[in-house]
Design a protein. Structure first.
Length: 147
């Protein structure tokens, strides 16, 4: 798999973004937040793209913020106050950007059957509308924004 933090595949007017840190549960590092924001900004102005799908590589959609980076931020003289203020400002702006996209954004998470729903860490940016479809190997959860 590529070293890119957020992969982008476009086919038939659908952009599929893949959070690509499966070894770290696709945790939102500072670099991944920046990469996701850049991808979404590029898609927002691309009139050929009609729908955006965000998924995670591996077994976990997104494990939340990168706790190792957050812990390292506490080492600053201010105990991390500036780091955390900046992190949550950037994250909040990204989460507000998603429902404001001109294209509908769909969140697709695939998890092992023993952990249904545990991988949907980011859908707070969308509505509570959800559909579930089970297969023999995994469970998929689709959470979407209103059109």
């Amino acid at each position: 798999m590529s070293d890119e933090l957020v992969l982008c595949d476009v086919a038939e007017q659908v952009a599929v973004l893949t959070l690509n840190r499966p070894g770290a549960a696709n945790a939102l590092s500072d670099a991944m937040l920046a990469a996701l924001k850049a991808r979404l900004e590029a898609i927002a102005v691309d009139q050929a793209i009609k729908v955006v799908v965000i998924r995670g590589a591996g077994k976990v959609f997104c494990g939340g913020h990168d706790l190792k980076e957050m812990q390292a931020g506490r080492a600053a003289v201010d105990g991390g106050a500036a780091y955390f203020a900046d992190l949550f400002t950037r994250c909040g702006a990204l989460m507000q950007m998603i429902p404001a996209m001109p294209q509908p954004v769909e969140w697709v998470s695939a998890t092992q059957p023993s952990t249904p729903g545990k991988s949907a860490s980011m859908p707070e940016a969308s509505t509570s509308r959800a559909m579930k479809r089970a297969t023999e190997a995994e469970q998929f959860t689709l959470v979407s924004t209103p059109i």
